[in-house]
Design a protein around this ligand. Structure first.
Ligand code: ADP
Ligand code: ZN
Length: 748
């Protein structure tokens, strides 16, 4: 018999394919995508079978053998393997690192299935048989009768505990053929919260309005055709996009397909998940719905993954990495809030969940559905160019009005109040009105802590982190200065640490300072703050939200984490305390992000029957991002912003690649960044336009100095492999780390 040879990607910290012989006994269970254990040097490592067969004239004699096949089914479906190869080439990382990201750690470790013994009725006793048993062995009769009344097999351990019986009783009945023992996997369901009162997803399907219906019809036709296509669902906030997703999912499942539903991590609140899950399970019928996010325990992750890999579950709802779920016969991938930068992973492999979703859909001939009230300009341009189909929901449900947006010019306010106010007169007045009418207010401020920096009035000294080149944030609750980059903290000084003057000023607003200001002007109001400092415990988060929903809190102050995926009918006022925070950062997407933030935040107001008001405080009321957000004018904003992007040939008109160099010695980092830039310029010529190298906006983080280089290009795939090849030949010093980030989401 001819030898069976496989090419394996070992998960051993290097990116190579090694070949192995498959022993006779394992042949039947090895396929492309199998997770195996293979010897590398002298240790066994996990590996993934990437191909069957060996190159021609391959020296077969010295080949080692595959030692074990971990699961009896492939760990990666063929489309995922193809996707891994594409990602490695596109995002400039090793195929092994992508494979490691795709397969959860518990699965990679080859963890087994946790099993549980069940008892079931094997033979139904006749009334006569039962009465004999009752006399002869009353314990056995009780166990039998209890089980006979249940609809399905019961956990043996639970049953015996409940009836206070020993295993021997069950054993006798099994031996006699009356009962049967089965095993099943124990499933840990995450976030099952029956009492959560989420309003986001209705428990029952709504009658679609005509725009929703048109969108669903278009999607059904695409699903019927079964060819790869991407739709961009642009629907204003409150237009009922979720209902459209659910109907499309319904169609895909009924056609026997599998579905991936991606949401940003922050939107995965227990309420949303519970509701989505119950709706999906009604739709999916017997097919379970798996939930996937970063707070799952290893066991939950393993169970969910196995349920999908074995085809037992066909739907997964999850954050970014759910795009790699081993869903069988994938027919639809939904990406909700597709504009969210959270879809981009900040560490290797630095992939964008939305773009990978589109690529995966393409590889398996599935339908991609990207939804947002404020689409990314990348997706919008694709829709304009006809690459994506544009589906629009222009009306809010029940024709509710979009909230009125009131812009407060803080320059005028500062003159009036003779100081830098946290809350303008207008905002305070509006909050007072809400309090009297027993309505609620949300205040957003996108910075936690008390103030962004500590400035000495006398010498102008600003307290900075000793490890990073940014100002320390003042946290009044525990009188500390904290670095929001590296987490370093020290107690707040009462005098300037440089000149000793006692005149310290706090600049910039944070959640704590806003909370304090609200308590001062509205002493009777019940105020709560919600940011990552208060929310370190998942329970506290739930508690505050449910109190707020129950009307026990009048004003909720928080970072934008409270902006996502929540629906509070009694909130009639939303205040954006400092709209400028997101606008004045050195990022070409600053305007786009500000516009998105404003529109999304405004969408939180007036979701119930009452109209809502949004008050935006800013020093730059004339900015396009602010003006266009007043009527949620996406088209107007996009046209203006795209013109700028086109003039500068910025994304989405070209791709941007960021190259970061960092190390402990600033001169060395600079020197090598410059040498490298020269080499790239020479080798890549006009395939790429270079900007830099220059010092990064934040020059130092955690004691490492940072330089950066930008590449602009029309084709990532023509540039990245070349950069990787050059880099592997370049003599990088040991203490210098360099990182390529393709299509970066945040530039600072
Ligand atoms: P979006 O995601 O577009 O902001 P949602 O999907 O959250 O909007 O829908 C807003 C609200 O409208 C939800 O409470 C939802 O249950 C409800 N809704 C959606 N479609 C309909 C419909 N056809 N009829 C009535 N209510 C609907
Ligand atoms: Zn720091």
């Amino acid at each position: 018999m001819r030898a069976m040879i496989v090419g394996v990607h070992p998960l051993a910290g290097f990116d190579k394919v090694l070949h192995y012989r498959v022993p006779e006994g394992l042949r039947a269970s090895v396929v492309v995508g199998s997770l195996v254990r293979v010897p590398v040097v002298n240790t066994l490592h996990l590996g993934l079978v990437g191909e069957i067969g060996a190159p021609k004239d391959f020296p077969l004699e010295r080949l080692k053998s595959v030692a074990q096949v971990v699961y009896p089914f492939p760990a990666l479906t063929p489309d995922l393997l193809g996707l891994a190869r594409w990602m490695a080439a596109y995002y400039a990382c090793g195929t092994d690192s992508v494979i490691e990201t795709m397969i959860p750690a518990a699965v990679r470790r080859g963890a087994g299935l946790k099993q549980e013994k069940l008892l079931a009725i094997a033979h139904r006793l006749s009334p006569e048989e039962l009465s004999v048993l009752e006399k002869k062995a009353p314990q056995q009769a009780r166990l039998y009768q209890f089980l006979a009344q249940q609809f399905r097999p019961q956990s043996k351990a639970m049953l015996l505990a409940r009836l206070g019986q020993t295993a021997a009783v069950a054993k006798t009945l099994v031996t006699r053929g009356v009962l049967r023992e089965e095993t099943r996997r124990i499933e840990r369901l995450s976030y099952v919260d029956d009492h959560a009162a989420g309003e986001l997803v209705a428990a029952h399907p709504h009658r679609l309005n005509s725009e929703q219906q048109a969108a669903v019809d278009a999607l059904s036709r695409q699903l019927d055709a079964g060819k790869f296509e991407v739709s961009l669902l642009h629907g204003v906030t409150g237009s009922g996009k979720t209902e459209v997703y659910l109907r499309a999912i319904d169609v895909a499942l009924k056609a026997g397909g599998g579905v991936i539903f991606l949401v940003p991590e922050v939107a995965l609140t227990p309420q949303t998940v519970a509701r989505l899950r119950s709706r999906l399970e009604t739709i999916a019928g017997a097919h379970r719905c798996v939930v996937w996010h970063s707070h799952l325990s290893e066991g939950e992750r393993l169970d969910g993954w196995l349920a999908l890999a074995t085809g037992e579950a066909r739907v997964v709802v999850g954050a970014r990495s759910a795009v790699f779920a081993p869903v069988q016969n994938l027919k639809l991938i939904v990406v909700d809030e597709e504009h969210e930068p959270a879809y981009k992973q900040g560490e290797t492999p630095r992939y964008h969940g939305r773009d990978v979703a589109v690529m995966r859909a393409k590889m398996c001939g599935a339908i991609g559905l990207l939804g947002s009230a404020t689409p990314s300009l990348e997706s919008f341009v694709n829709a304009e160019a006809g690459k994506y189909r544009l589906l629009q929901l222009t009306e809010r449900i029940d024709s509710r009005k979009l909230p009125y947006i009131d812009i407060v010019d803080l320059r005028i306010e500062a003159l009036k109040q003779r100081t830098m106010p946290a809350l303008s007169g207008r905002l305070v007045e509006a909050m007072q009105e809400r309090l009297e009418r027993r309505e609620q207010t949300i205040l957003f401020i996108n910075r936690r802590g008390y103030s962004s920096s500590m400035l000495c009035k006398k010498c102008g000294h600003v307290e900075e982190c000793t490890h990073c080149s940014i100002a320390m944030t003042y946290h009044r609750t525990d009188e500390t200065l904290r670095c929001h980059l590296c987490g370093d903290q020290r107690s707040a000084p009462v005098r300037c640490t440089k000149c000793g003057a006692p005149d310290i000023r706090w600049r910039g607003l944070g959640t704590q300072r806003v909370e304090e200001a609200v308590r001062r002007v509205l002493p009777r109001a019940r105020v709560e703050r919600m940011d990552t400092d208060t929310m370190s415990k998942q329970n506290r988060f739930r508690e505050i939200l449910s109190q707020f929903r129950a009307g026990k809190i009048d004003v909720l102050v928080g970072t934008q984490m409270i902006g996502k995926g929540l629906d509070f009918p009694n909130v009639t006022l939303v205040g954006l305390v400092d709209a400028d925070i997101s606008m004045h950062v050195p990022d070409f997407r600053a305007n786009e992000r500000t516009f998105q933030l404003l529109v999304q935040v405004a969408g939180r107001a007036g979701r119930g029957d009452r109209a809502g008001v949004v008050i935006v405080q800013t020093f730059t009321p004339q900015a396009d991002a602010i003006q266009f957000s007043r009527h949620a004018d996406f088209a107007g904003f996009a046209a203006t912003e795209l013109k700028v992007r086109k003039d500068f040939r910025y994304p989405p008109y070209r791709h941007l690649i960021h190259h970061l160099f960092r190390g402990p010695n600033p001169e060395k980092v600079k020197f090598f960044a410059e040498q490298w830039a020269k080499l790239v310029e020479k080798s890549l010529g006009d395939r790429v336009e270079l900007r830099g190298p220059s010092a990064s906006p934040i020059e130092k983080i955690k004691d490492a100095y940072r330089w950066q280089l930008w590449y602009f290009t029309n084709s990532v795939t023509k540039v990245v492999p070349e950069l990787v090849r050059l880099s592997s030949q370049f003599a990088w010093p040991d203490d210098l780390t360099q990182v390529l980030d393709v299509d970066p989401a945040n530039l600072v």
